[in-house]
Design a protein around this ligand. Structure first.
Ligand code: C2E
Ligand code: MG
Ligand code: MG
Ligand code: MG
Length: 288
């Protein structure tokens, strides 16, 4: 009896697995056509100076509007795009579209674009970045590329080589989700990053966990010693921002400062209805 139960459970599990695999396969196929069908869209999330409240730049975040499923989160479709290789086409589209949009802004804000490890492995990335900058006319100093530690771990020698080429163009490089990988300190020793983005998991606990606060403090000290500015991700409350101010953090990003928004909405003057992110800084300079 027990054996039969286990057998049934295994069957159930396997059919669920099939289902999941099929769903992924379908999604991968849909994704392949998402660029041509114009289903992709970019959102921009503000990055601000903790000390002055001034805007430092905007992180570019990809959005997919699936015709039947609606908005699919990047955490779901990016891994599928990476597995199937579609990320190469999508990543190029993101870079080109973001550079083109930013080049038309009145203010020369920086944009930060996320790169996948696959883009390092399969393309002449530095050449692509160079071509897109020439094509769109965006000043190289206005482009920042964000990579995670998984990119470096994948092929350290090659990644460092490509990063040096990219940096030689005048483009800056940030290490994203810092503190969650397993060789954070070695990563900093290997490459001169222009920015450390402290993973948002630390921010979510900084109010109540002594450990999280100690780690935030240690990373800020590390950044100061290495002369690399630190940006704290995932700032959701004024209290968290206050802690960052006291601890001397350089920049911050998070829902409290601004949610990711379509490009048409980022420069709109905030109304009082927008209270989750309004008046985070009373002295904030208007973008225009
Ligand atoms: P990420 O690069 O670390 O981006 C930050 C993520 O945190 C974004 O999620 C953003 O919406 C979210 N976030 C920002 N502020 C807060 C906050 O205060 N609280 C919370 N809980 N979350 C906040 P999103 O847009 O869902 O993107 C998730 C991840 O997908 C990104 O993490 C990035 O790794 C990846 N991704 C997004 N766009 C692209 C892209 O164009 N290319 C590649 N390769 N990856 C991308
Ligand atoms: Mg990022
Ligand atoms: Mg991040
Ligand atoms: Mg992340």
């Amino acid at each position: 009896r027990a054996k039969a139960d286990i057998g049934r459970a295994v069957c159930f599990y396997e059919s669920k697995m099939d289902e999941a695999a099929r769903a992924r396969h379908t999604l991968a196929q849909d994704l392949r056509r998402a660029v041509e069908l114009d289903q992709l869209d970019l959102h921009y999330q503000v990055q601000t100076s903790v000390r002055t409240g001034q805007i430092c730049g905007y992180e570019v975040l990809l959005r997919w509007h699936h015709p039947e499923r609606g908005a699919v989160p990047p955490s779901e479709f990016i891994p599928i795009a990476e597995e199937s290789g579609t990320i190469l086409v999508i990543g190029e589209w993101v870079l080109r579209t973001a550079c083109k949009e930013a080049a038309s802004w009145e203010q020369p804000y920086k944009i930060a674009v996320n790169l996948s490890p696959v883009q390092f492995a399969h393309a002449d990335l530095a050449k692509l970045v160079h071509t897109i900058l020439l094509e769109t006319g965006l000043a190289p100093s206005r482009l920042e590329l964000e990579i995670t530690e998984s990119t470096i771990i994948a092929d350290k020698t090659r990644t460092l080589h490509v990063l040096r080429q990219i940096r030689a163009l005048g483009v800056t490089v940030a290490i994203d989700d810092f503190g969650t990988g397993y060789s954070s300190l070695d990563t900093l020793r290997s490459f001169p990053f222009d920015k450390i983005k402290l993973d948002r998991s630390f921010m979510s606990e900084v109010d109540h966990s002594i450990q999280a606060k100690a780690i935030v403090r240690a990373v800020l000290t590390l950044g100061k010693s290495l002369d690399i500015p630190v940006l704290a991700e995932g700032v959701e409350t004024n209290h968290q921002l206050e802690i960052l101010r006291v601890e001397g953090c350089d920049e911050a990003q998070g829902f409290f400062l601004g949610r990711p928004k379509p490009v048409g909405q980022i420069f709109q003057v905030e109304t009082s209805a927008d209270d989750d992110e309004a008046s985070a800084f009373s002295g904030r300079l208007p973008p225009h």
